[in-house]
Design a protein around this ligand. Structure first.
Ligand code: RFL
Ligand code: PHB
Length: 389
């Protein structure tokens, strides 16, 4: 088989890139290791920046998003001293959009189906070849047979545990990493959200987040030690702990119910540089991971896709080979901005096991500044609603 762009990974990055390229008249093939149902079953992000929303509209898959999403003009931060709100609209004239990653992925699959896209699921042992030359190719196994795809470019959209990043020789890439000493236990429940807007809570027992997907579907998280397992946490234990960490006014009236999904995610900051090796380009979680505290992972994946789409379009349609050199630098500037913000949100909201009294006082001072200083709120609101592309 031959195509112009071979895309490894059929998550949001890979599908959105394929969708934009196909609409520009560029051929793609997407290779995904899992089944479609498995990809659609993953519960992840819930908050979209304007840039991501606009890109989804540009890709022709914004109809349901336009109808069913919820605009949030601010969010709440809860501390031992009470709760305060950061008004995004008042501070920077922006909002965010609440719409689940599951729905985004669903819409992307529907749009890809409508274009007749080639998406090969259950593609195993994907390997990348001759990335440095002018004629790269990709091999994979399916149903016991080995297949070959010849292509002009490879987009590595295969997430943090994919093979694309590993295909860059170790001495040609630099990895920057911070691993946090805790994880998030998340629960999805068919209950009305606890509040109209998200609540990020800093509590002596650990961080908590009250989020949502729609008026009847809620998403909650609590900080847990990395040694905890999902089996240790009954629904009742989860709700009891969440109630302790949220403001009493919210906890007392919060609806609870059976969990539809329950999982633990570790928290990590990670970036690889550069994002290009010959004809391979890394996109989304394959290139970087942020802790979910800033709601940036999916949004960064979208901005990477935007930059790579522009790059490939210029290289393929306008024969502008120089454009290929710009992707990594352009994307990394925005990536490090989101890295800083996600690290900062994580550091002011969680309890660290080795936190000294000094660290504790600094954290309280950070939160007090955010509560009382307009300039601090402007910086937070600008980052949360999304740095410019
Ligand atoms: P994905 O979604 O991991 O998709 C990669 C795809 O590649 C496939 N794959 C392979 N395919 C072929 N061959 C191989 N060797 C392969 N290896 C892997 C995988 O099966 C998969 O289908 O990466 P992508 O597309 O870059 O998208 C990134 C986002 O999924 C991620 O950044 C966000 O979910 C992060 N995130 C959040 N982001 C936000 O912007 N806002 C949020 O509110 C937010 N909340 C979250 C989050 C992530 C979370 N978890 C579980 C990590 C909350 C949580 C709890
Ligand atoms: C979510 O709804 O899953 C969510 C929202 C905000 C975050 C992280 C996750 O910062």
């Amino acid at each position: 088989m031959r195509t112009q762009v071979a895309i490894i990974g059929g998550g949001p990055s890979g599908l959105l890139l394929s969708q934009l390229l196909m609409r520009a008249g560029i051929e793609t093939v997407v290779l995904e290791r899992q089944t479609r149902d498995y990809v659609l079953g993953r519960i992840r992000a819930g908050v979209l920046e304007r840039g991501a929303v606009e890109l989804l509209h540009r890709a022709g898959c914004g109809d349901r998003l336009g109808d069913e999403s919820i605009a949030h003009e601010g969010c709440n931060l809860s501390t031992v001293n009470g709760m305060f709100r950061v008004d995004f609209q008042a501070r920077v004239g922006e909002s965010v959009t609440v719409y689940g990653q599951t729905e985004v992925t669903h819409d992307l699959y529907a749009a890809q189906d409508a274009l007749g896209a080639t998406i090969i699921h259950e593609a195993h042992n994907v390997a990348l070849h001759d990335l440095e030359g002018g004629a790269p190719w990709v091999s994979y196994e399916k149903d016991g047979q080995t297949h070959r795809i010849d292509c002009d470019f490879v987009a590595g959209c295969d997430g943090f545990h994919g093979i694309s990043r590993q295909s860059i020789p170790g001495d040609k890439r630099t990895e920057y990493e911070r691993v946090y000493p805790f994880g998030w236990l998340g629960v999805l429940s068919r209950t009305a959200p606890a509040a109209d807007e998200l609540i990020y809570a800093n509590h002596p027992r650990g961080f908590a987040l009250a989020s949502m997907r729609n008026p009847t579907l809620s998403r909650y998280y609590i900080q847990v030690p990395l040694s905890d397992t999902v089996e240790q946490w009954s629904d009742q234990a989860f709700w009891d702990e969440l109630r302790r960490r949220l403001p009493a006014s919210v906890a007392d009236s919060m609806q609870t119910g059976p969990s539809i999904e329950k999982s633990i995610a570790p928290l990590r900051s990670f970036v690889v540089e550069p994002l290009r090796w010959g004809r391979l380009f890394l996109v989304g979680d394959a290139a970087h991971i942020v802790p979910p505290t800033g709601a940036k992972g999916l949004n960064l994946a979208a901005s990477d896709v935007h930059y790579l789409f522009e790059t490939l379009r210029a290289a393929i349609l306008d024969a502008d080979a120089a454009a290929l050199d710009q992707y990594s630098t352009r994307a990394l500037t925005r990536i490090w901005g989101a890295m800083r913000f996600s690290w900062w949100m994580t550091s002011i909201l969680h309890r660290f096991p080795d936190q000294s009294d000094f660290d504790q006082k600094i954290q309280e001072a950070e939160l007090r500044q955010l509560e009382t200083m307009e300039s601090a709120q402007v910086t937070m609101a600008r980052n949360y609603t999304g740095l410019p592309y």
